[in-house]
Design a protein around this ligand. Structure first.
Ligand SMILES: [Zn+2]
Length: 240
């Protein structure tokens, strides 16, 4: 009995310690923001070998020749994948306190947007179709719209409402920007210790197009420190 207990405790320990955390960067709002800030971001990150998911705001990108040029360059980079992040990024909270967005809408409207986004991703060479709603704003119809249009992965901000989606879901709970738009070495360091123990897949959500030099430096400092502590960077939902 004692032997069995020791064996199972050991097994639990091995299982626990082999479940290393995996991290990828989730860079939102490509197509808008300062093109130089984007350029600096990719130039700094490229030699670091981390995996980056780039969220495209489709209407913005289509109307932004500089960003389109950069996109054509980036799509050859094996450490970069694109996901669909809405057409207009029109989202937020209205004066009555109600959330609004492109994906708080009738099913057919959401499906039309998602189908267009998916066709664009396919054209860009993506074979895994990933969605993340602008502002994280979705409603109870979004899961069905994603199912009906054949998305594989949903980057999802909360726990509720996602159980109807049968693809792979990853929540972006590791807050590397705190407050949003500002990378924060100190506050991320506290979470990092906890996440490393817990394991699982984690997305580091950033808004690099809104950063000036000091914010980029802070983010690079975070990634360097993670690499120094042997953090593992990789794609999430592999096999999805
Ligand atoms: Zn966004």
């Amino acid at each position: 009995m004692v032997k069995q207990l020791v064996a199972s405790a050991l097994l639990a320990f091995i299982t626990f310690s082999s479940q290393a955390a995996t991290y990828a960067v989730k860079a939102d709002d490509f197509g808008r923001g300062d093109i130089t800030a984007w350029e600096n971001f990719f130039r700094e990150l490229e030699p670091m070998g981390v995996k980056i998911y780039v969220g495209v705001v489709l209407e913005d990108l289509r109307n932004n020749p500089e960003a389109l040029n950069m996109f054509n360059y980036l799509k050859r980079n094996p450490n970069i994948r694109f996901f669909y992040h809405g057409h207009t990024h029109d989202c937020g909270v209205d004066e009555t306190g109600r959330k609004f967005g492109e994906f708080i809408a009738p099913l057919s409207e959401q499906e039309a947007l998602l189908a267009d986004g998916k066709a664009w991703l396919a054209e860009a060479g993506e074979t895994t179709f990933i969605f993340n709603a602008p502002c994280g704003a979705s409603d109870k119809r979004t899961a069905a719209a994603l199912e009906n249009t054949g998305y594989d992965v949903w980057f999802y901000p909360k726990k509720d409402r996602d159980d109807l989606f049968t693809g792979c879901k990853v929540r972006y709970t590791a807050k590397v920007e705190n407050p949003t738009f500002t990378p924060n070495f100190e506050s991320f360091g506290q979470q990092f210790k906890y996440i490393e123990k817990k394991g699982g897949e984690h997305l580091l959500q950033v808004h690099a197009g809104a950063w000036g030099g000091a914010k980029l430096e802070e983010f690079v400092r975070i990634i360097r420190s993670m690499q120094h502590h042997s953090a593992s960077f990789g794609w999430v939902c592999e096999g999805a």
